[in-house]
Design a protein around this ligand. Sequence first.
Ligand SMILES: O=C(O)CCCC[C@@H]1SC[C@@H]2NC(=O)N[C@@H]21
Length: 281
Amino acid sequence: MVSSPYTDIDRPPLHGRNLERALVRPGGLWTRLDLRAETASTNADAVEAAQGGEPEGLVVVAERQTAGRGRRDRTWISPARAGIAVSVLLRPGRPDAERDWLAVPVAAYGWLPLLAGVALVETVTRVAEIPAVLKWPNDLMIGDSKCAGILAEGVAGAVVVGIGLNVTLRANELPTDRPATSLQLAGAESTDRDPLLRSLLRGIATWYDRWRLAGGDAEASGLREAYRHHCGTLGREVRVRLPGGSELAGTATGIDVDGQLVLRDYAGEHTVAAGDVLHVR
Ligand SMILES: O=C(O)CCCC[C@@H]1SC[C@@H]2NC(=O)N[C@@H]21
């Protein structure tokens, strides 16, 4: 009997050496790729590395997470080799004379998860060839179902941005509390995780460079326009559950210079810094 090197033929492993060669280059943003077969949470690993003084550019990837973290204390399900679970360590507050990067003011750090969202939606559209949009702030939606999420955590002068993308998860592996999907279930052309991950990390590096060259100005770097272009929330009737538990309902009309959602209701305009959006119509 011929034994398969894979436990699941549809779920081959990532090719760490190839990824490292493609991504970690002199002068590039990515300095180190830490690819783990299993970990509790890649965000937790990157946060720990940041606390230990790790420089900008670390990439932590896991084939499986046992305690993946989601926004608002939710968990993120990461079955082995079925998705992309990646966290990157960025230090936007440190100027870099060689790259002409100024220090980004802390007030602009909120753009980082949105920046990762733009790189993610560009990757999914181009590599998986499937139409996707961002639900503010940074859920990747295919139709009305969530296919990926982003969690940014600030630590020791650094920001860790973690991205979870459902690639080949089956229906019975997805969360049941809200509509969710994977690229495979949504009928993607390609579900090969290596090119998806390469494209995602290259996209983040490209947008990060533009944003840093503009000193963290989302307008001047074109990031705000790109975000608006991909944001499926704009123009929709929405309900937003705010962090305190109260709700706002209205029409999503814009994204302000700080990346906040602008909502219009009968009483006027509101800006929303954080919350869970439900697209109503
Ligand atoms: O709730 C969300 O939508 C955010 C989910 C973020 C999940 C990713 S998977 C990689 C990284 N490690 C984690 O523990 N969480 C993020």
